[in-house]
Design a binder for this molecule. Structure first.
Ligand SMILES: CC(C)(COP(=O)(O)OP(=O)(O)OC[C@H]1O[C@@H](n2cnc3c(N)ncnc32)[C@H](O)[C@@H]1OP(=O)(O)O)[C@@H](O)C(=O)NCCC(=O)NCCS
Length: 176
């Protein structure tokens, strides 16, 4: 499904059973960003509905139990995920809602591979633009999306509600 992952990792579409597994890692993977308020924000951003109704446009990456990192001892362990969907409203757009990579695996191109797979999926549905957002405090995410070719907005105060500032990103898939 994603053929350019590091050895020992495999991808599949998201499933409902992944909901508690993803919730269990997000705080650690986000490094506790924005403290207890950030933890609540993240949990509320990943209700079960995404794991029921957006599975075919979302991915998880797990250790495959074969050769490579861990050599089978951690088979099935969650390594990364991307929750995305095709816009219901804009027929030429798709949206990445949430993406995370196990911090032990950062810098190996896994985030880029997930986005590449999502871009291919979006293109196959005639989607030209991919949108996403992040918190201004999330400097890693801002750098990552810029490196991937997204155009970033200025910080938009209260974008997601009072006190919930965001930076928005857009990429034109016909330009890359
Ligand atoms: C952001 C995140 C998904 C990146 O995943 P990753 O697998 O480490 O990223 P990749 O290895 O695919 O990197 C892709 C590019 O982004 C760059 N990049 C990634 N993290 C970066 C960072 N912290 N600072 C600067 N550049 C970064 C890489 O250098 C690479 O660029 P290059 O290939 O041109 O050299 C990961 O850091 C993460 O899960 N963070 C916590 C969760 C989060 O913030 N998610 C995003 C908001 S929803």
């Amino acid at each position: 499904m994603i053929d350019d992952l590091p050895r020992g990792l495999t991808a599949r579409h998201l499933a409902e059973d992944d909901h508690p597994r993803v919730l269990a890692v997000v705080d650690a993977w986000w490094g506790g960003l924005k403290g207890p308020a950030g933890a609540v924000e993240r949990a509320l951003l990943l209700p079960r509905l995404y794991f029921q109704h957006f599975t075919t446009t979302s991915f998880v990456v797990e250790r495959d139990g074969g050769e490579g990192e861990g050599e089978g001892e951690d088979a099935g362990q969650l390594s990364a995920f991307l929750v995305g969907f095709l816009s219901q409203t804009e027929p030429d757009a798709a949206y990445v809602h949430f993406v995370g990579v196990d911090p032990h695996l950062h810098g190996q191109g896994i985030g880029r591979s997930l986005y590449r797979a999502f871009f291919a999926l979006a293109r196959s549905h005639d989607r030209r633009y991919v949108h996403c957002i992040t918190s201004p405090q999330n400097t890693a995410s801002r750098s990552f999306h810029t490196r991937l070719g997204f155009t970033a907005s200025a910080v938009k105060p209260d974008y997601d509600g009072p006190g919930l500032d965001r930076v928005t990103f857009t990429i034109d898939l016909t330009a890359s």
